[in-house]
Write a protein that binds this ligand. Structure first.
Ligand code: ADP
Length: 495
């Protein structure tokens, strides 16, 4: 092992980041750059692959410069990424044949509906743990094959490569020498059998996708290949890769069965570690590969809330009743818990466990005295209620979180975290390092290089910043949850 630092790349939906850590997981330098979103039609979301790639190179070089480091100082690279986003490129030139189709893109909704009405969903759920939804990669791949002239023939001839963003970055970093992905990213494509850990012929046939397109699937900590000499002025090995939510679970040291993390950014993503059991959800949660380390698969149960921190942006930018997201904390602290007004921020439908794409938001229970303070507080409360809906679903499916570790932009809000603990009836832990995703990527590279000797060492490096214990009376909680259930039932379309 050489070098004194680990370099982690976090290629997200709106920006790319690089953080350089020393071997004790302390941040040495970091850099971040946004890149443009492309919206060719309503419901479509694309990224220019070259914009992704340029931003990644820029932030990696900037972080290296700020650390005063060269390639020789870097022990290994870890990559974490926006998941499901789909790219297809030419194996000879490395050029993509179409923009990246982003996970949020809904253009393949009709394709998914068609497959569902053909009765394909149970097979898909059984093998992949996912649902037949445009969110995942398979129908996006099919769309490119069917809509870019000549591409299907070239795919069959083996001239093209498919990858999620991890795979694309690896290809570019290694100068086209490696076409690989990791099991967490593969588990989001709808083509990967999470039980056998292999690309699945029956699924490839269902979505009509030639196997020649697909990358090799490795563990999340593995020898993924070496960066091209020209990239950083020296060769650096890529040693870790994982999708962003799985990387966050690793960064939160969620290695034990039952350990749960919840990330509160734009949306909220909860994953519970279910150990070696791939639990099948009766509540429309997703079963996913949480990590694959030393060939051992750890499964997770995942649920998401579409609107979390973005509800604060809505209060700020649309209702214009707060100046900044952090102001919500002062308002809620001064107002106290609100038990008559309910805000249901179903701006883009309701996710698990409801999965009602047609639901829309509402503010309920207003009286003459209700004002800004109640609406702001009730909006924060709604995000906690939605997390409770997910944790109920998880318990019902067989994994009951006993503690929840939180990260993301919203967790600076202590009032929110106390209310969350009260509503979940379990302690909420905030780590000192709330950048769990990028830390998870670095940890994987550290593991593979031997800088970190075992996952228990990652657990030892995890430090708590604050613990929020439930303190609400059961009567009050029941009253609030009943009010929430009533409010949600009023916005649902299948009432
Ligand atoms: P993403 O990674 O999805 O871009 P971040 O993790 O950076 O998001 O979190 C940003 C989100 O957190 C924003 O939607 C913002 O409104 C919200 N946010 C930031 N600080 C606070 C706060 N103190 N209280 C409530 N929400 C906050």
């Amino acid at each position: 092992m050489s070098g004194r630092f680990l370099l982690a790349i976090d290629q997200g939906t709106s920006s790319s980041r690089t953080v350089i850590y020393d071997h004790a997981a302390t941040v040495v330098s970091s850099a971040q750059q946004e890149f443009p979103q492309v919206y060719p039609e309503p419901g479509w979301v694309e990224h220019d692959p070259e914009a992704i790639w340029m931003s990644v190179q820029a932030v990696a070089r900037q972080a290296l410069a700020e650390a005063g480091a060269t390639a020789a100082d870097i022990t290994g690279i870890g990559i974490t990424n926006q998941r499901e986003t789909t790219l297809i490129w030419d194996r000879k030139t490395g050029q993509c044949v179409h923009n990246a189709i982003v996970w949020q893109d809904r253009r393949t909704a009709a394709h998914c509906e068609r497959l569902k009405s053909d009765g394909a969903e149970s097979l898909v759920i059984e093998k992949t743990g996912l649902r037949l939804d445009p969110y995942f990669s398979a129908t996006k791949i099919a769309w490119i094959l069917d809509n870019v002239a000549g591409i299907r023939d070239r795919a069959v001839a083996g001239e093209l490569a498919f990858g999620t963003v991890d795979s694309f970055l690896l290809w570019r970093l290694t100068g086209g020498r490696t076409h690989a992905s990791d099991a967490t990213n593969a588990s989001r494509t709808l083509l990967f059998n999470i039980h056998t850990q292999e690309w699945d012929d029956e699924l490839l046939e269902l979505f009509d996708i030639p196997r020649q397109l697909l990358p090799d699937v490795l563990d999340s900590a593995a020898e993924f290949g070496e960066s091209d000499d020209a990239m950083f002025g020296g060769v650096v090995p890529v040693l870790g890769m994982a999708g962003d939510q799985q990387a966050a679970l690793i960064g939160q040291a969620g290695f034990e069965k039952g350990m749960t993390k919840s990330t509160y950014g734009t949306g909220c993503f909860v994953i519970a570690n279910t150990g070696s059991d791939a639990l099948r959800s009766d509540n429309k949660l997703l079963t996913t590969v949480a990590s694959r380390i030393d060939g051992k698969v750890t499964y997770g149960l995942e649920g998401s809330v579409f609107v979390a921190g973005s509800a604060m942006q809505w209060l700020r930018d649309e209702l214009r009743i707060i100046d900044s997201a952090p102001q919500s904390e002062d308002i809620a602290a001064a107002t106290g818990i609100v038990d008559d007004v309910y805000v249901v921020p179903a701006f883009a439908g309701l996710g698990a466990p409801y999965w009602d794409p047609h639901a829309r938001g509402a503010i309920l229970g207003l009286s003459r005295g209700s004002g800004r303070d109640q609406i702001v507080t009730a909006t924060l409360q709604a995000i906690a209620f939605q997390t409770r809906d997910l944790s109920n679903a998880m318990s019902d499916d067989g994994v009951t979180p006993s503690i929840i570790r939180v990260d993301g932009g919203m967790v600076g809000n202590d009032w929110f975290l106390q209310f969350l603990a009260d509503i979940l009836e379990i302690p909420v832990e905030r780590p000192r390092n709330v950048e769990s995703t990028v830390l998870g990527a670095a940890s994987l590279a550290g593991l593979q290089s031997g800088v970190i000797t075992s996952v228990s060492q990652i657990a030892e490096l995890w430090e708590r910043d604050a613990l929020f214990e439930p303190a609400m009376t059961p009567e009050r909680r029941e009253h609030l949850l009943a009010g929430w259930a009533d409010a949600v039932s009023r916005v649902g379309t299948d009432r």
